[in-house]
Ligand binder design. Structure first.
Ligand SMILES: NC(=O)c1ccc[n+]([C@@H]2O[C@H](COP(=O)([O-])OP(=O)(O)OC[C@H]3O[C@@H](n4cnc5c(N)ncnc54)[C@H](O)[C@@H]3O)[C@@H](O)[C@H]2O)c1
Length: 318
C-alpha cells in the first residue's frame, strides 16, 4: 500500500513515517514551519532513517500538493500536519485557520481529484472544550471550543464528514490526548519542563497544579493510528467515524512534575502563574469505542513512559 503522511517531520508524523515505512511504501510531506526550529525537525526525520522519503511541500500550495498526489498516487493518507498549540493560537488565530482548515481542505480536495478513498485525520482532545464530567465520549456534541486551535480542529472534522457525504471518501478521525515521548514537540510541558529541570531553570506552572491531563505515550498513538488505518481501508464507501486515543487516566500537573523529578533525579523549581486563556481544567478519554471497534489497547502508563522519554533525552543531550 502507498501511504502519504503529512506533517512527517513533526513529532507524531515522524513516528508514523518510521512505523508505516517499515511495511509500506511511504512518502512524508512537511513544510518545516517555524513553530519550532528546523534543526529539531531535521533530527526527527534523521532518526526515522527515511530522510529520502520526505518532501518539503506546503499544504497551502495547492498546485504543489496536486503534483505530489499525481506523482505518488497514494492509497491512504495520514493527515497529521497542523499548526498545533492552544495558547499560541490565541495570538495568531488566522494563521491557525489557514494551516489547519484551508490546508485540510486542500488535502481532501486532492483525495477527491486523485481517487484516494481512505484518510486518517489527526484531531485533538481540545475539541471537547472545558468539561467537568469525565471521561469524554465521542458522541458528545463538540460545540464549545476554548481556542482558535480547538475551533480549527472541529472544522477539520466537519470537512472530513463533508467529503464523505459528497464523494464517499472514508475517514478515521482520531482525537489524540496529550501525546508525549521521544521527539515530543519542544513547546509541550514534558519536553520543556525536562530540559529546564536538567538546566536548573524554573518551570512555569499555570494554576495551582491541579489541572489534569490524560497523557498518551507515542507508541500507543502509533498503534492506534495503525489500527485506525486498517479500519478505514476496510470500511464501506463514505463511512467516517471519530475515535478517542488516550490512556483513559487523569494525572494532575503536580503529580506529573513529581514523576518527572523522580525519573530525572533532579528537583524542579516551580514558578506558579495564573491559568492561561484557552487552558481547560481536565481531559480524559473514554476509549471503550476505540477498544471495541479498532482493537486499540494502550500499554504504556505515565511512569513507564517518562522513564522511556528520559532515556531518549539523555542520549540526545550527549
Ligand atoms: N502532540 C499532541 O499532544 C497532540 C495532541 C492532540 C492533537 N495533536 C495533533 O497531532 C498532529 C501532530 O502534532 P505534533 O505534536 O506532532 O505537532 P508537530 O508540530 O510536531 O507536527 C506537525 C507538523 O506539521 C507541519 N505543518 C504544519 N503546517 C503545514 C503545512 N501547511 N504544510 C505542510 N506541513 C505543515 C509542521 O511543520 C510540523 O512538522 C497535529 O494535527 C496536532 O494538532 C497533537
Amino acid at each position: 500500500m502507498k501511504v502519504l503522511i503529512t506533517g512527517a517531520a513533526g513529532f507524531i508524523g515522524s513516528h508514523l513515517l518510521q512505523y508505516f515505512g517499515a511495511q509500506h511504501t511511504v512518502l512524508g510531506l512537511d513544510n518545516y514551519d517555524a513553530f519550532y526550529p528546523r534543526e529539531v525537525k531535521n533530527r526527527n526525520v534523521r532518526e526515522t532513517g527515511l530522510a529520502d522519503r520526505v518532501v518539503e511541500v506546503d499544504l497551502l500550495d495547492l498546485r504543489a500538493l496536486e503534483r505530489t498526489f499525481q506523482e505518488f498516487r497514494p492509497d491512504l493518507v495520514l493527515h497529521i500536519a497542523a499548526r498545533a498549540g492552544v495558547r499560541p493560537s490565541i495570538q495568531e488565530p488566522a494563521l491557525y485557520m489557514r494551516h489547519n482548515v484551508e490546508a485540510s481542505t486542500h488535502v481532501y480536495e486532492c483525495c477527491q481529484r486523485f481517487g484516494v478513498k481512505s484518510v486518517v485525520l489527526a484531531s485533538s482532545s481540545s475539541v471537547y472544550g472545558s468539561r467537568n464530567h469525565v471521561p469524554f465520549r465521542e458522541d458528545e456534541p463538540v460545540t464549545s471550543p476554548q481556542s482558535p486551535y480547538a475551533a480549527s480542529k472541529i472544522a477539520c472534522e466537519l470537512i472530513a464528514g463533508t467529503y464523505a457525504r459528497l464523494y464517499g471518501i472514508k475517514s478515521a478521525i482520531l482525537r489524540f490526548f496529550t501525546v508525549y515521548g521521544p521527539r515530543q514537540r519542544p513547546d509541550l510541558a514534558i519536553a520543556s519542563f525536562s530540559r529546564r529541570i536538567l538546566a536548573g531553570q524554573p518551570i512555569p506552572v499555570y494554576g495551582d497544579g491541579s489541572t489534569e491531563r490524560d497523557y498518551t505515550y507515542i507508541s500507543d498513538i502509533v498503534d492506534g493510528v495503525s489500527k485506525a488505518a486498517e479500519w478505514v481501508v476496510n470500511a464501506a464507501e463514505g463511512h467516517y467515524d471519530v475515535f478517542n486515543l488516550g490512556e483513559s487516566r487523569m494525572v494532575s500537573l503536580s503529580a506529573m512534575i513529581t514523576a518527572l523529578e523522580k525519573v530525572l533525579g533532579r528537583g524542579a523549581i516551580r514558578d506558579y502563574r495564573e491559568l492561561q486563556p484557552g487552558d481547560v481544567p481536565r481531559t480524559c478519554a473514554d476509549i471503550s469505542k476505540s477498544r471495541s471497534v479498532l482493537g486499540y489497547a494502550p500499554r504504556v502508563d505515565l511512569e513507564e513512559g517518562l522513564v522511556l522519554y528520559a532515556r531518549w533525552l539523555e542520549k540526545e543531550e550527549r
